[in-house]
Write a protein that binds this ligand. Structure first.
Ligand SMILES: Cc1ncc(C[n+]2csc(CCOP(=O)(O)OP(=O)(O)O)c2C)c(N)n1
Length: 657
């Protein structure tokens, strides 16, 4: 730590010699490994960006120059070099450092990222703003950098940005492609094949030599500029796609070689217009276990670096992703129309086994959520039964496609929505807090949320038989520990489940808890003390109107509970439905529990839920508070909210066994 401990900001590394920068890289890599091993977090990608981070901050005048890390999961070396080394032990923990760049965290984090492929757009926007403000000329002009991976550059947004950037010849924009030939899993698609070709054979070795000559000579800038002016495209290699987009392309160069990186960046810093530097790195560089298995070390939990990752002695409860993956294999075996689409999330979505057993029916479409949705729509048009496995937050990318291409045409596409609700260490960027709100307003959708593992399977099976679009949303991590079983039996659509029949509770009010998905368990936990009725609502859409009417007719207070924002969520749906049924049910107080109208940062999932009052104790406390208010507004002390409560309802319900 001889050098690293004195680096408080990038200014400190600007005075280091090349030899010292190399020593610093070794120290930084050692620190990073120990640090991530003690907190958990993204490892492989960060081991790959050590030299690149040092070189960028050494050459460019950050924070005056703007730097955007795509996805941002590889920005830990940047965090360490920009004054946050001493906080790294708090990474991804409650009130600690974010695992991604965050504007409110540091003046060096120029743009918040986490969802991929936004960096070129953001950096271009900044460059255009610099131009508009007249700060784009002279020796002290501001530069703008986007660092994007070969996985992230597969997304449509990156091309939209390249397409737009290439026409602006008077801006300072440098796109650095950090090519490690890996997304989370091996990258797919024609672009990754193209990048691989750029790196292979004669071209790569020739380019490395030329890179040293052209990018490394001093003063090479004039030389490069002269040749560029002369239109000598392809000087450092054949004309590339990026040049067709209007960029000057340089590389590929070795992203772990500071003797190549530093002069290359110094030279590129002096050039105007859109520049593209292709840098080759190795995921997991410097830690043999991560180099050998970059997928396992993409985002590990805590581990001992000397030992590496070890399987837990006792098998953990299966995750919902695993329940989904097992169901998918069973469903595919039973029905040859079943195909599955993932936007580059094979491991996270539990689809490794499916990809191996059904390679012809498995489609990793790269980080391309919009395309994932529409390609599934096309498959559905031709009679297949596509299942799109997608995280709640990433489906936000495919929203128009969901409405316009799937729902409007009433196509039978099943969305298996993982990471619904709060997600723990990844924080606000990855919190699946909105899907119930954004799905519920779409006509034709059937939307379900399971209370446990077998119900998750049953709901997925229901989605497959529904004659239109459907979604099953389930949380990150392990389920309840209930044996999932093998069944492929669907559920009756739009039918809720009465789990507990209550009686008089706080202030002699009869309370019904209408719980959705992950909130069924805490609702049951709160119900004993409240003597409340608990209904597992199962369907967010269509809602079980008969059950709602029954609940309104037999209770004095209804409480909806969901792990989704309250705004426009499942509870709002219940309130809307009750109002629409006012001719047949009494007016009844209704309280909505769910996520608040603010972003929730990272932290332990259970702790965050408890802070939001969404554990059993929080639910009980909220209900008691609300019951007191209801009671204080009620004319009689019988606890009945109006004369009609207690009337026999239109249906009778039986308790689930
Ligand atoms: C819109 C979106 N979809 C999916 C992801 C999940 N994700 C995080 S990192 C990653 C792979 C990125 O690969 P690459 O850009 O090559 O970076 P590397 O991990 O190889 O350093 C993916 C798919 C995401 N962050 N954003």
């Amino acid at each position: 730590m001889a050098l690293l401990q004195d680096i408080q900001s990038p200014a400190d590394l600007r005075c280091l010699s090349r030899r010292q920068l190399k020593e610093l890289a070794d120290e930084l890599r050692g620190f990073l490994l120990q640090s991530v091993a003690s907190t958990g977090g993204h490892l492989s990608s960060n081991l790959g960006t050590v030299e690149l981070s040092i070189a960028i901050h050494h050459v460019f005048q950050t924070p005056f120059d703007r730097l955007v890390w795509d996805v941002g999961h590889q920005s830990y070396p940047h965090k360490i070099l920009t004054g946050r080394r001493d906080q790294m032990h708090t990474l991804r923990q409650f009130e600690g450092l974010s695992g991604f760049p965050k504007r409110s965290e540091s003046e060096y984090d120029h743009f918040g990222t986490a969802h991929s492929s936004t960096s070129i757009s953001a950096a271009l926007g900044m460059a255009l703003a610099t131009r508009q403000k007249g700060e784009h000329q002279g020796p002290h002009r501001r530069r703008h950098l986007a660092v994007i991976g070969d996985g992230a550059i597969s997304a449509g947004m990156a091309y939209e940005a390249l397409n737009n950037a290439g026409i602006h010849k008077d801006i300072d924009l440098l796109v650095i492609l950090n090519d490690n030939e890996m997304s989370i899993s091996p990258p797919v698609g024609a672009m990754s094949n193209y990048l691989a070709r750029l790196m292979t054979g004669r071209f790569y070795s020739a380019a490395r030599e030329l890179g040293k000559q052209v990018l490394g000579v001093v003063p090479p800038v004039l030389e490069i500029a002269r040749r560029l002016e002369g239109g000598a495209k392809g000087l450092v290699g054949p004309g590339t796609l990026f040049e067709e987009f209007g960029f000057h392309y340089f590389g590929p160069i070795d992203g772990h070689d500071l003797d190549a990186l530093v002069p290359a960046l110094q030279n590129l810093r002096e050039l105007k217009g859109p520049q593209f530097l292709h840098v080759v790195t190795k995921k997991g560089q410097g830690y043999d276990k991560a180099e050998e298995d970059p997928i396992a070390y993409h985002g590990p939990g805590k581990f001992d670096p000397a030992v590496g990752l070890v399987s837990p002695a006792k098998a953990p409860k299966p995750t919902y992703s695993k329940i989904f993956g097992d169901w998918l294999c069973d469903a595919a075996a039973a029905d040859e129309r079943v195909v599955a689409v993932t936007p580059a999330m094979r491991e996270g979505s539990g689809m490794v086994e499916f990809s191996e057993r059904f390679p012809d029916r498995y489609h990793d479409v790269a980080i391309a959520e919009q395309h994932a949705v529409t390609v599934a729509a096309g498959m559905a048009c031709e009679g297949l039964r596509p299942v799109v496995a997608i995280y709640s937050t990433f489906l936000q990318r495919g929203y128009d496609q969901l409405i316009h291409d799937v729902a409007l045409q009433n196509l039978p596409v099943l969305f298996a929505i993982d990471r619904a609700g709060l997600v723990g260490a990844d924080g606000a960027t990855h919190a699946g807090a909105y899907d119930l709100s954004y799905l519920r307003c779409i006509p034709n959708m059937v939307i379900m949320a399971p209370k446990d593992e077998p119900e998750c399977r049953a709901m997925l099976s229901t989605g497959l038989v529904v004659d239109g679009p459907s979604a099953v949303r389930y949380p990150r991590g392990a389920g309840m520990g209930v044996e999932a079983g093998q069944s492929l039996e669907p559920l009756p659509v739009g039918k809720a489940e009465l789990l507990r029949q209550g009686g008089e509770g706080p202030h002699r009010l009869r309370v019904a808890l209408l719980a959705f998905g992950s909130m069924v368990a805490p609702a049951l936990g709160a119900a004993e003390a409240l003597n409340a009725t608990v209904i597992n609502m199962r369907f967010i859409k269509p809602l079980d109107l008969d059950t709602l009417a029954w609940a309104a007719n037999h209770h004095d207070l209804l409480v909806t509970i969901e792990e989704n924002v309250v705004a426009g969520g499942a509870g709002s749906g219940c309130a809307e439905a009750l109002v629409a049924m006012e001719d047949r049910i009494p007016m009844i107080p209704i309280m909505h529990l769910g996520l608040p109208d603010r972003f929730i940062d990272q932290g332990d999932h259970a702790k965050l839920l408890s802070l939001e009052g969404l554990d059993a104790a929080g639910i009980e406390a909220s209900v008691r508070r609300h019951a007191a208010q209801v009671q204080s507004k009620t004319p009689s002390s019988t606890g009945q909210s109006d004369g009609s409560a207690g009337k026999p309802g239109p249906v009778s319900l039986t308790l689930a066994s």
